[in-house]
Ligand binder design. Sequence first.
Ligand SMILES: [Cu+2]
Length: 281
Amino acid sequence: MGLFLALALGCLLILAPDALANFLTPKSGGSPNANQIDSLYKIVLYIAAVVFVGVEGALLYSVLKFRAKRGAVAAQIHGNTRLEIGWTVAAGLILVVLTVVTFVKLPSIIDPPNSGSSGLVLSASLTEPTPPNGHRLTVCVQGRQFIWRYTYGSGCLNNAFAGKLPYSYQQMVVPADTTIVLDIQASDVIHSWWVPSLGGKVDAVPGYTTYTWFKAPHPGALYHGQCAQLCGRNHAAMTALVKVVSPADFTAWLNQQQQAIQAANSQVYQLRQILTAENQL
Ligand SMILES: [Cu+2]
């Protein structure tokens, strides 16, 4: 019995979340949906750990307690109805508990919440998955071999390239405490958007639009991500970075980005005119 207790205590120590933060369990802290995924994972993990320790402990106990010398005649035991019904019902109960907990947690993982009071002030829209009050910032995420492109602002879905909406590559900049809805597409092969601290993976499939959301609480945070679907020989280089800034800094950055894009576009336009004129000579 002492051994069993030691094993159980040892396992509990190993599973202490502070000792192994994010080593055995999903990353969290970046967004409410990531936090809910993390806590759901931990509930399943702890129940599984208790079952594991119980089963392995009983096995070890039996092996030691009932060990016999070579040549001993084994006792013949034909089942134990009460015990068998007991562990079948117990296993069934565990499954019911896991199912109920999962369905209770699911809405907080799937449905985006409202932006916080310190978040960016946004206008409402009814055209996309949206938090209860409709206020969210839409960012279109376009996966392509081998980089992520982000277009900012509602309407980016149908107009990501033709419109004058600001965009950036690889690094997404977002305002803190604001519900960010991501409309995810791919322009060549299947990719998968994944920033572990901000929630689960979402596939980017050519011809389809998939959605997810996150809401990062703190300005100054930087979250690393990686394309999670093997998409070609340079797949490993297809990283993503999400930079969280204050709403005021975000607005300033967006304006600056828009000006830089306009300046680059007009340079290209001038260059094209020069080259065209030279060709005509
Ligand atoms: Cu990819």
